[in-house]
Write a new protein. Sequence first.
Length: 287
Amino acid sequence: MILLITCFSQAQKTESEKHANKNTSSRKKTVNYDAYKEDIKQAEELLFAKKRIEAINLLIKSLARESQNKKANLEIKNHLKEINHFFLSEKSQQNYELAINLKKADPNQALAKLNEALFWEPENHKLLSEVAKIKILKRDCQSQVTPLEKAIEINPWDEILALTLAQVYFCLGEQAKEEKLRERYKEFSVKANLLYWQELEVFFNLKKNNISAAKEGLDKIKTIDSKYPQIELIEYFIDLTEKSKNTNLRTLVTKKKFSCEELSLAILRKYNSNPFFCEYDLLKELM
C-alpha cells in the first residue's frame, strides 16, 4: 500500500514537472515573439525620430536572431522592404509628387525637386529611385551605379531599389550584372515588379537576337498584366528584330511611333516604376 502511494506521488510529481516545463517553454516562446515585435516597434520610433539607418540596423539584427521563426522573418523583411520608402517630411513628399508629374514634360525641373527633397531625406529610396529613372531618361546612367549599389548594401531587402539598379544596368548594357540581380531578387518580387523584371529579360534577349526567348518572355508579361500598354511596343521591337536579323536597330528607318500623349496621368503613374515605359526612342537607342 505504501509502495502504491509512493508510486502515485512520484507520478503526480513527474506530471507536475512536465506541466511546469511546458509552461516555461511557452513563456520562452512568448518572450521571443514579443522581442521581435518590440524590435519592430522600436525601429518605427527610430524612423520617426529621423534615425533611419539605426532603425534598419536594428531590424537586421532582429532578423538574424529570429532566423528560425518564419512568421517573424516575414514580418521583419516586410518592414525592411518598406522602411526606406517612408517620407519623414511633408515638404519632401510634395517635391516627390511634383517630380512625378513633371518628369515627362520637364525632367530637369523634376530632378531639381527630387534633389531638394534628398537634401532633407538622403536615405529615402523612393527619392533615390526616382532620380535614377530620370537620369535614365537623360541617358546619364553611369552616374547612378554607385549611389544605388551603396544603398542596396545598407538595405539588401529593398526590391524596388534593386529593380531600379537593374534598369540602370540595362541602360549600360551590363547584362551579367542585371541577370545576377534578377536571380537574387526573384523570390522577393511582388507581381507588379515581376512585370518589369520580365521586360528587362525580354529586351536583353532581343539585344542578343534571341527572338524565341523574347517571345516566351512576352507571353509571361501578358500573363502577368494582359492590359499592359507597353505590350504593343514590345511586340513591335520583336517584329523589328525578326525582320532586321543582324542589322543594327538604330540604322533602321521606321514610321511607327509610340507616344504617351494618349495615356492618362493615372496610367502613367501606375507604371511609374518603369523608366522605359512608352519610351520608344530611348529603347531604340539602347537596342
